[in-house]
Structures are given as C-alpha cells and as structure tokens.
Design a protein around this ligand. Structure first.
Ligand SMILES: Cc1cc2nc3c(=O)[nH]c(=O)nc-3n(C[C@H](O)[C@H](O)[C@H](O)COP(=O)(O)OP(=O)(O)OC[C@H]3O[C@@H](n4cnc5c(N)ncnc54)[C@H](O)[C@@H]3O)c2cc1C
Length: 427
C-alpha cells in the first residue's frame, strides 16, 4: 500500500513525486512506469539538450504561448512560474542558461543533467520507481478507516493507494481508462510540425531563412474558377496568420512562423487534412503597392543592371533568384527592360507568394500532442479531477500544449508542483 501513486515516469510524474516527498517525507510514494526506462522524452528533448523552460517570467505573458490552456494556466503560473523552475534546478546545483530567443537549457547542454538530477532526488527522497509497470486498470475503492482510495492494476501487480496522480502524457490507453471512469477526453491531434511543400520557388534553397508573414487559407479558396486568383484570395480573410523567422527545408517550410501556425491551428489544420494554401509575405514591411513604388525607383537607378543580380530588397539572395525566375524575368533582363506586368509578378511573389501545402513533417526538436482531459473537468487550484476526487493530473495528459521554446515542460513543472502541494496538504 502506498500513500501516493504517480502513474507515468516522465517529466510531470517525477516533478510531482519529488515535490510531494519534499513536502511530506514520511509518505510512501511510487512512480509506475510502463517502459524499461524513465524520462524518455526528457532524454531526447531539445535535440538532446532539454529546453527546460523559457525566460518569460511574467505569468500573463507566459500564458500567451499556450494555444490550449492560455486561460486556465494564468492562476497556476501565479503560483509556480518559470522563475521557480530556475530556482528548483539552481538549488540542486544546475544552472540554466538563456539563449538569445529566450529558451533555457542546462549549462551542460545535456538532457542527462536533468535526468541525473531527478533520479538523484528520487533516490534521496525514497521514491520507489517501478519500471515495466504499465497500468491497465484504475478503480476507486474504499480503504480502511472509511477512507477513499484507488486500486491500480499493472501488467505485473495490483497496488493500492490513497491518492493517484495521472501523468502519462498522451497515452491512448490511459485516455481510454479515464474515459471509462467518466472523464471527457478531447481527441488527440499533432501540434508543432512543419509544412510539406513542393514548389520551384522554394526548391534547391534549403537553409534559407528570413523573417516573413504567413497566412493560411482554405484550399477551396484557390480552387474557385475566377481568373484573377489573387482577387479570390484577397476577398477571403486568412484563417490564421503568424510572423517570425521562416526557414526553407528540403521538404518545405519550418521555423517559428510555421511552428506557431501548427500549434495554434493544430485542430483546424488536422480538419483540413494538412492540405491548404498559404500566402507568404517575404517582406512583411512592404505591401504589394509599396513594393511597386520602390521598383519604379529602382528601375531608374539600376536601369542598366540585371534584375537577377541586383537584389532590390532585403531577402536572401537564393530566394530572390527563385522569385525573379518565377516572375518570367530572364537572367539577362535589365531593370530598364522589364515590363510593368513582370514587375507586378515579382512584387506579388515577394509580398503575396501563394504556396500549396501538402502534408506535414515532424519537427525533430520537439513535438507534442494537442488534446487530453477536458480542461473544464479539472480544478486548476489543485489539478484535482472535478469528477473523481483523489485523482490528480499533471503534464501533457491534460488538454494543454504550447508552442516550441520550453513551454511544454513548464506546463509539466507547474502542474506537478501544484498537484504536489495539494496532495501534501491533504495528508
Ligand atoms: C522529441 C521531443 C522533444 C521535445 N523537446 C522539448 C523541449 O525541449 N522543451 C519542452 O518544453 N518540451 C519538449 N517536448 C515536449 C515535452 O517532452 C512534453 O511536453 C513532456 O515530456 C510532457 O511530460 P509528461 O510527463 O506529461 O509526459 P511524458 O514525458 O510523455 O511522460 C509520460 C510517461 O508516462 C508513461 N506511461 C504512459 N502510459 C503509461 C501506462 N499505461 N502505465 C505506466 N506508465 C505509462 C510513459 O512511458 C512516459 O514515461 C519534446 C517532445 C518530444 C517528443
């Protein structure tokens, strides 16, 4: 018999168990992990470096990075925020460094540092780690002295405990068990992915990166039979918009501008089966009209130079060459020779470049699943189930997810800490 069983030996599970044990050292705590190893995702996270959290220390600002959970996390972040995470690791001798984009990593640049810290703490605090213990059943039971508790069945043993924490991430089997117990689960869809796109304008230039604005449109918008395609697009407003660094890859497009769209549009893009259109403004500071004005000046100033070799605007050279070619301007065309129609084409390519997206690819540094326990069914002051008293949740099992940057782990740390305080106070 344990006082507390934590199901799931991932980031959220360990953080919860460690904080319960710190607050109430006499409690008997176990972590049940289905795999042969714990903390598997921590190991591979951030490309093996573990992007532990983000240097955003204001709770409200921090919530803005969560497409699902923005409203619900405000209170929890006031209780436990990224600064507290930094403090937790610092107290244990681990300094987190801040990169220029705000991501925070252990100074060692190795996720093993975080794993060693958790394993060391679990050992010091006497937390039992039971591996190869996939949970197959969770039942509410009555314990001695009229107490309510839980019977947890694994493939090997049956355990009993007073409080249970579910920290199993996006495990479909556990989602089914929770549904059977009366919880509503929001269906899973991927979040944080890159866009597949085969198009001559971005082919042969992987690695090219620039700040751009990207808008998402339904595929059908472009399929209408109107002759001026762009008019049809302009007449509909974009479903989603984002801006930031955009990276051309071998398969299509990536970078923060795309990852933000994939997170905020996780459900919408899934509904469209990852087939849609985007319009990229490679020069967000210019509109089509503004750029035409600039081009007429350049036509005068650079009259004798070729368009291909005289890059008029701040875009990467290789991209400029592709876009010039796509505007039917030849390699030898001089600025003085290009027609108004050709210049309009080039201005459109630069400010309203339409690309067809056909599928998605995994973003290797970090990928998460949107979906999980319906947020309405959790008390965010304690992370206890509103349906099943004595059951608590932390981490990705909840319908909370974030854009890339260390925010997903912060959700696990904050939830884990609050669950731990609530459980510790209940004993
Ligand atoms: C490749 C990759 C890189 C990432 N990098 C980052 C990053 O750098 N920064 C960031 O903030 N986020 C990152 N993320 C997201 C982050 O890893 C997750 O948000 C986080 O791990 C969620 O923690 P969790 O404890 O809720 O779930 P998990 O880490 O998934 O842990 C759940 C645990 O429960 C166990 N489990 C599942 N079912 C059962 C069962 N039936 N019985 C017993 N145990 C079970 C699993 O085996 C697992 O160990 C990354 C994700 C991936 C996939």
């Amino acid at each position: 018999m344990f006082d507390v069983i934590v199901i799931g030996g991932g980031a959220a599970g360990f953080y919860t168990a460690i904080h319960i044990a710190e607050a109430k050292p006499h409690l008997k705590i176990a972590i049940l992990e289905r795999g042969k190893d714990v903390l598997g995702k921590v190991k591979v996270s951030g490309g093996g470096r573990c992007n532990v959290t983000h240097a955003e220390f204001d709770p409200r600002e921090l919530t803005k990075n969560y497409p699902r959970g923005e409203k619900e996390l405000l209170g929890p972040f006031h209780t436990y925020c990224s600064g507290d995470t930094v403090g937790f690791f610092e107290e244990r001798g681990i300094t987190l460094k801040i990169e220029s984009d705000g991501r925070m990593f252990p100074e060692s640049d190795s996720s093993q540092t975080i794993i060693d810290c958790f394993l060391g703490e679990a050992d010091r605090l006497g937390i039992k780690i039971l591996k190869h213990s996939a949970v197959t059943e969770i039942e509410s039971i009555s314990l001695e002295a009229n107490k309510e508790g839980w019977k947890i069945t694994t493939i090997k043993h049956v355990y009993e405990c007073e409080k249970v924490v579910v920290a199993t991430g996006s495990s479909p089997k556990i989602w089914k068990l929770l549904e059977k117990l009366g919880h509503s689960m929001v269906s899973a869809v991927p979040s944080l992915f890159t866009f597949n796109c085969k198009d001559e304008r971005i082919s042969g230039i992987p690695g090219v990166s620039t700040v751009a604005q990207v808008e998402v449109f339904e595929k059908q918008v472009y399929q209408s039979k109107v002759t001026t395609k762009l008019k049809s697009v302009n007449s509909k407003s974009a479903l989603l918009t984002s801006d930031g660094p955009l990276l051309v890859t071998h398969w299509g497009l990536s970078g923060p501008a795309i990852l933000k769209l994939s997170a905020w549009g996780a459900r919408l893009l899934s509904d469209m089966n990852y087939r849609f259109k985007i319009r990229v403004n490679w020069l967000p500071e210019y509109s089509f009209e503004g750029l035409m004005g600039l081009f007429s000046e350049i036509k005068e100033i650079e009259a004798k130079k070729t368009v291909l070799r005289t890059k008029a605007v701040e875009v990467p050279r290789r991209l400029w060459i592709n876009l010039v070619k796509a505007s039917t301007i030849s390699e030898t065309h001089k600025w003085a020779e290009v027609t108004k129609v050709q210049l309009e084409k080039l201005a459109r390519q630069l400010t309203e470049c339409e690309l067809k997206i056909d599928g998605k690819s995994t973003f290797k540094e970090e990928f998460v699943t949107a979906g999980g326990i319906d947020l309405k069914e959790i008390n965010f002051k304690t992370y206890e189930s509103k349906k099943l008293p004595g059951m608590y949740f932390a981490g990705e099992v909840i319908d909370v997810d974030a854009i890339t940057g260390g925010f997903n782990f912060q959700n696990a740390w904050t939830g884990g800490y609050i669950v731990a305080q609530a459980i510790a106070n209940s004993f």
